[in-house]
Design a protein around this ligand. Structure first.
Ligand code: AMP
Ligand code: FE
Ligand code: FE
Ligand code: ZN
Length: 282
C-alpha cells in the first residue's frame, strides 16, 4: 500500500529527526510523500527539498503556526508555501526570537520551583531550531524529573504547573495573510485541539475561519479516531474545504509515520485531491 503523511516535524522545530533523516525514515516505511510542517519555522525546508529531489521523493513545504485567537489558541498549517518569501521569513524570525526568550523564562520559573536545569543543555536540545517545550521536557527526562515526555507534560510546562510560560503567538489574520502571500494553503490542524464542546460549536468557529480565508481541514489528524475523522470529513465537504491528514510525527511519542492514529493510515487519496487543488490554484 502506498502511504503519505501530511503533518510532520523535524529538528528544525521539536522533532527528533533531521529533515534528511525524516525523509529516509519515510522512504523506509513505504511512504511516497510528506508534508514537513515545523512549528513556527521553515528552516528545515531547504535541506528537505534538496534531499527530496535528489532521491526522487515528494515533500510539500509547510509550516505550523501556533495561533492566538479570541477564544483560545490552535494550530494553523500553511501548506505548500514558498519558504523563500520575504514576509514569511521575517515572520518566522520574529517568532523564533520570542521562542528563544521564552526558553529562558521557562528555565527561570522551573528554578523558582526548585528545578535547576542547565541552560546549555536546553539550548543543545534545540540545536539552534525553533525552541519549544519538548526541548525542555527532554532535558527534564534526562535529569530524572519523570520517566517520559508525556509525564513531564502532566506535571510541568502546562498552565498552572511549574515552568509554564505563555508563548507569544501570531494573530490568526496575520498568519492567514502571510501563508496566502507565500502561495500557501491555510489548513486548520487537528481540529480536536480547539476543545469545542461539540461538533456544532466547532462548525460555528469553522464558518468564521472559512470567511477569514481558511481553505482546509486536517480531518485525519493524530488523536482523531476514525469516527471523528469521518465527522470532520463531512464538515470539510460541506464547506468545500481541502482535506489533509497526518501523524504529527515528532519521533518520540509512539507515533507511526503515515498513520494518523494507531493502525489508521492517512488515506492515500488525499494526495490526488491535494494535487488537484494545487493545480487548480495555479
Ligand atoms: P510549544 O510550541 O513550545 O508550546 O510546545 C508545544 C509542543 O509540545 C507540541 O507541538 C508537542 O510537540 C509538545 N506537547 C504538548 N503537549 C504535550 C503532551 N501532553 N505530551 C507530549 N508532548 C506534548
Ligand atoms: Fe510539537
Ligand atoms: Fe500541532
Ligand atoms: Zn504538529
Amino acid at each position: 500500500m502506498r502511504k503519505i503523511d501530511l503533518h510532520t516535524h523535524t529538528t528544525a522545530s521539536d522533532g527528533i529527526y533531521t529533515p534528511r533523516g525524516l525523509i529516509d525514515l519515510a522512504r523506509q516505511n513505504g511512504l511516497i510523500a510528506l508534508a514537513i510542517t515545523d512549528h513556527d519555522t521553515v528552516d528545515g525546508l531547504p535541506e528537505a527539498m534538496e534531499y527530496a529531489s535528489s532521491v526522487g521523493f515528494r515533500v510539500f513545504p509547510g509550516v505550523e503556526f501556533s495561533i492566538e485567537y479570541d477564544t483560545g489558541s490552535f494550530h494553523l498549517i500553511g501548506f505548500n508555501l514558498d519558504f523563500k518569501n520575504q514576509r514569511l521569513r521575517n515572520t518566522v524570525r520574529e517568532l523564533a526570537e520570542h521562542r528563544g526568550a521564552r526558553a529562558y523564562r521557562i528555565i527561570d520559573d522551573l528554578k523558582k520551583h526548585g528545578i535547576d536545569l542547565p541552560v546549555e543543555e536546553v539550548l543543545a536540545a534545540a540545536a539552534g531550531g525553533a525552541m519549544g517545550r519538548p526541548h525542555v521536557a527532554r532535558v527534564m527526562v534526562n535529569h530524572g524529573y519523570a520517566p517520559t515526555i508525556r509525564d513531564i507534560f502532566q506535571k510541568y510546562l502546562v498552565k498552572g504547573k511549574p515552568g509554564y510560560v505563555k508563548k507569544v503567538r501570531i494573530e490568526f489574520e496575520d498568519a492567514v495573510s502571510v501563508i496566502k502571500e507565500s502561495g500557501g494553503i491555510p489548513v486548520i490542524a487537528h481540529p480536536v485541539s480547539l476543545e469545542c464542546a461539540d461538533l456544532g460549536e466547532f462548525e460555528s468557529l469553522l464558518k468564521g475561519f472559512v470567511a477569514a480565508g481558511v481553505e482546509g481541514l486536517e480531518a485525519y489528524a493524530s488523536m482523531h479516531t476514525p469516527e471523528m475523522a469521518a465527522e470532520y470529513l463531512a464538515l470539510a465537504k460541506k464547506y468545500g474545504l481541502l482535506v489533509t491528514g497526518g501523524s504529527d510525527f515528532h519521533g518520540d511519542k509512539d507515533e507511526t509515520i503515515g498513520n494518523y492514529n494507531k493502525d489508521c493510515p492517512v488515506p492515500f487519496e488525499l494526495l490526488d485531491a491535494l494535487d488537484a487543488y494545487i493545480a487548480k490554484k495555479g
